[in-house]
Design a protein around this ligand. Sequence first.
Ligand code: GRF
Length: 198
Amino acid sequence: MRLAILLSGRGSNFEAIHEAIQRGALDAEIVCVLSNRPGAAGIGKAHGFGYETHVLDHKAFPHRAAHEAEVLRVLDEARPDFVVLAGYMRLLGASFVAHYHQRILNIHPSLLPAFPGVDAQAQAVAYGVKVSGCTVHFVDEHLDAGPIVIQRTVPVYDGDSADTLAARILHEEHAAYVEALQKLAAGNWRIEGRKVIF
Ligand code: GRF
């Protein structure tokens, strides 16, 4: 299973996927790592691990479509089976999603459909939920909305801040992304409507 990673920041989910491949827990190969942010720590890590890396700064393009067209061109050359969003802070346009139909994955730090969008952990703390977690899902043309591959839960404690909850969720994210990818790599799954059936 050939994976292309798209990231914008720290890259801890990318690193977790890399480490799982290294220790033989995930039957996959990372074929390229692309960032839209020149200073992203994740792209530095990817470079250090020896991956093919690309920085395509969206600010250097006249509009979204031009940036996405270039991202697609780079991705297509790498021939990924899945495009793995790992903290990629750009919404993908409908034509991008259609180009990699049911082959784009994202991880979100809440139990979707609760708390989509930015600051999901702060939203969860503010709402007063007792349980939160993370969701690995297929990407469709709507924000944080595609069919769910896997979810993991964590407790939310009275004294939690957005940061303490985010750290607890992030720990689960790293395991969840690897588990989701391994389940997809194993084959024998299909999407029926909103449901991913294994
Ligand atoms: C994670 O919390 C992920 O759920 C969200 O963005 C964050 C990325 O973190 N989509 P990292 O860059 O993988 O460390």
